[in-house]
Write a protein that binds this ligand. Structure first.
Ligand code: 9UX
Length: 69
């Protein structure tokens, strides 16, 4: 099962931030894909809800020093 969610991400200043967030999301078990946009200030993530919760995605982004909601 795959669920897609859109997360508002605040605090990204350059494409390095985008790359870092993309990589940290993809490294999480249960995450299938991550598409982070600096311009939109958003991350589109697909994940398996049986393996990971949306809240864990937000927490990982926040732990990296960004805002997520
Ligand atoms: Mo760019 Mo982001 O120099 O954490 S990587 S601001």
């Amino acid at each position: 099962m795959v669920e897609e969610t859109l997360i508002k991400v605040g605090g990204m200043s350059c494409q390095g931030c985008v790359k870092n967030i993309n990589q940290l999301l993809l490294a999480m078990p249960g995450v299938n894909s991550a598409d982070v946009s600096l311009e939109a200030g958003e991350a589109k993530v697909t994940f398996d809800p049986a393996k990971i919760q949306r809240l864990a995605l937000l927490e990982a982004i926040e732990d990296a020093g960004f805002d997520a909601e």
